[in-house]
Design a protein around this ligand. Sequence first.
Ligand SMILES: Cc1ncc(COP(=O)(O)O)c(C=O)c1O
Length: 440
Amino acid sequence: MTHVFPRHTKALPPRAARGDGAYIIDETGKRYLDGSGGAAVSCLGHSDPEVTQAIKDQADRIAFAHTGFFTSEPAERLADRLIAHAPEGIERVYFVSGGSEAVEAALKLARQYFLEKGEPSRTRFIARRQSYHGNTLGALGTGGNAWRREPFAPLMVETSHIAPCYEYRGREAGETPEAYGLRVADELEAELRRVGPENVIGFVAEPVVGATLGAVPSVPGYFKRIREICDRHGILLILDEVMCGMGRTGTLFACEQDGVRPDIVTIAKGLGAGYQPIGAMLCSGAIYAAIEGGSGFFQHGHTYIGHPVACAAADVVVGKLTAGGMTERAARMGEVLGDALVARFGQHPHVGDIRGRGMFRGLELVADRESKTPFDPARGINKKIKAAAFDAGLICYPMGGTIDGRQGDHVLLAPPFILTEHQVGELVDKLSSALDVALA
Ligand SMILES: Cc1ncc(COP(=O)(O)O)c(C=O)c1O
């Protein structure tokens, strides 16, 4: 008997009792290797003593002071640390409690920016199909996953969705990756012309698409062209790094590898590493200046923004990701993981594509490699893989609807950066037996 409203009423999960490095241990003592960090959250594993100590110390000093009255030492320290490592031009940090809140804050700040500038006609966002930006109504409306949107579509603001940069399925035979990237980036230009650039606030995209595509980075040159188009029409580039940011791809911000500078960037998940619920929306000095020189305040806010205990935990996390060398470790171990996946699944008859960056990897499953034909969604391959892996003591993050929200299956891997080479072997072994069971 439980009074908790679970994620699924027909599948009650076991109770997590303890964390031990890269493992979660349930109440029966069963150990699970956390191959996806939950959903790309637990970048430092589950028992980091420095993060837990910082939480205790801050709770002993002061747990909460409303940001309508106070700032706090941990929030100031964390903001300084993030800005010291942020993309060029990013100067301010707005702390929230998770990824969806970070995206909502980004959307509202972008709209208010244009109001402050006297451009009220700008009301529309352009985003991409097969993206995920969160489950609150603004973020869900921005996301482009048909299945997630469908029931709530009547409640959403109208958003344009252009093609993702999804080389495995989108690049045509004989087309170079660069030419493909420019072709799909130019869909932004076409959509801007269709709806009128004077009506558009910004373009929203994940640098490496996580939950809905399975660790898909863009091709070289794609985001540079996107930036050019944004600049040409005076719209904002909003990058959602909630999943791919904070060292996950081998650099603190994923967009560093695309050589692109956002106007707004959102982070969460790895920022608190699962030790505290925290996210953040970071914006350029120019956007901040428009608010400061205009109405003077961002018309937004939640009770728990800038929570001192959450900021104290995240400050230690980001310290470890930067000065502590954990991001470099993600890059190094990411190569080990990528090589191990290619060695084991490179010739697998039902693994069509292996992709990703750093400790953020995806496998796309197909019924037939040659034609890239997906499995019949009715087979529920992704659900079977998740269940078989969990049975075998591996947490991974499979998802369906990879291609269009309905067809396609992938497995997302996002293990803790502390993973050892031995544990990479364990992950690949367990995933291999889960695929055998699910595909049998
Ligand atoms: C790219 C991206 N944005 C936003 C979110 C929403 O974050 P949260 O679940 O913390 O609200 C997610 C969650 O998976 C995400 O992957």
